[in-house]
Design a protein. Structure first.
Length: 400
């Protein structure tokens, strides 16, 4: 038994709930081994043995009670000692313990009843849904990554870009009960203290709850991997207080944690429509917009539009503005213009002195698409999209 590694042990425990004997062990011994394996996975994930206390998650407290009982039973200690690589059985002895036959989760939960203090009977405290528990289990059930050397340079690059500020981290957002941030191939996240890379995304399928899901291959910076559902990773990222999404390096830090040269405490993205009588402008007036970013008042910015070739030497009207905080205006404007580059207006006009001028900030883009782009700027996913003029929509950029 002492020669078994963790993978072999887990393989033996996969069917621990079956009543028949496996490898000469009784069903009771299989249950003891399975219960101890769950505790060991908890320690691997959290870095400490499960503890008692009202401030602890109810499942951690369940594991703590279970561990106390395992420590108190000579039979359990003898069975588990060869597997106790984390020294969990060396804790203080427990004076009394229930028989091994009584060590089921329902009774352990009953033993915890009321431990959280008096509360209304309708109030559920520290209780996870089945989906949350499945997500946690899938994250915990990792295995060694056989081809990690292929991914190692990617993790090194991401870490360097985080250190230099070329990448930043953003919260994994949830709004009105729905996860807004999608997960696609090539993305990086931080979960459980490890950088996670989405190496593969399987085909979409419809889950029993009616939502679409996909199986992922996720590689972690500690040389492990897991094949879990996309919804499970989404839930785990949202539940992890330190869980973050790592931004694409193309934009740089749009929303900086501290001020830099060019940053403003607040800024405004503005969308303008030209009143020019130019034939090209008249033909496309409903979808032709000037998109820019300013740290000042937009009305002041456009006061002399009819004298400025940037504004097509004509008055303009403001059709939309979006307030943002702590932005780098130059970087943000560059990102917006790069996203809509395929729809940039190709026009040449002459300034007041007869010199040819080619304005660069006018785009043939419907206003609703600009609205969508701003939402993706706010949640930090804009660098993952490009504008498709044929579809008149933002489409996700696929890494080569």
């Amino acid at each position: 038994m002492s020669d078994l590694d963790l993978d072999e042990l887990r393989s033996e425990l996969d069917d621990f709930a079956q009543p028949e004997k496996k490898g000469g062990r009784s069903a009771r011994e299989e249950r003891i081994l399975a219960g101890f394996d769950e505790i060991q996975r908890f320690v691997e994930q959290h870095g400490h043995a499960p503890q008692h206390g009202e401030d602890r998650d109810i499942f951690e407290r369940l594991y703590a009670v279970r561990l106390d009982r395992l420590r108190a039973l000579e039979e359990s200690r003898s069975l588990l000692a060869p597997l106790d690589r984390q020294g969990l059985l060396a804790g203080a002895e427990v004076v009394s313990a229930a028989p091994v036959e009584a060590m089921d989760d329902d009774e352990l939960l009953a033993e915890l009843e009321g431990a959280a203090g008096a509360a209304d009977i309708t109030e559920l405290r520290h209780v996870r849904t089945s989906a949350d528990k499945r997500a946690a289990e899938e994250i915990a059930n990792r295995e060694p990554c056989p081809d990690f050397l292929k991914f190692k340079p990617l993790f090194a690059d991401v870490q360097r870009e985080l250190d230099t500020g070329a990448r930043t981290t953003r919260p994994f957002v949830k709004d009105a009960g729905f996860l807004k941030a999608d997960i696609t191939k090539g993305q990086f996240f931080i979960i459980g203290g490890q950088i996670a890379y989405v190496a593969e995304v399987g085909e979409l399928f419809k889950a029993p709850n009616g939502e679409y899901d996909a199986r992922l291959r996720v590689v972690y910076s500690n040389e492990t991997q897991s094949n879990l559902l996309r919804r499970s990773l989404q839930r785990a990222l949202y539940k992890d207080e330190a869980g973050r999404r790592i931004t694409d390096p193309a934009a740089g830090p749009l929303f900086a944690a501290k001020g830099e040269e060019g940053d403003h405490a607040s800024g405004t993205i503005y969308v303008l429509r030209s009143k020019s009588e130019n034939l090209v402008v008249e033909q496309h007036r409903d979808v032709l917009h000037k998109i820019g970013v300013t740290g000042g008042d937009v009305k002041t910015r456009i006061a002399n539009a009819r004298l400025d070739p940037t504004f097509l030497l004509a008055d303009v009207e403001i059709v939309a503005t979006y307030k943002l905080s702590n932005i780098n205006r130059t970087k943000l404007e560059n990102v917006i213009h790069r996203i809509f580059e395929p729809a940039r207006l190709d026009i040449e006009i002459k300034d007041r002195f007869g010199n040819p001028v080619i304005p660069r900030e006018w785009f043939l883009v419907p206003l609703f698409v600009v609205d969508e782009a701003v939402e993706k700027i706010r949640d930090g996913t804009i660098t993952e999209y490009r504008y498709d003029p044929k579809a008149a929509a933002l489409v996700r950029f696929v890494r080569p």
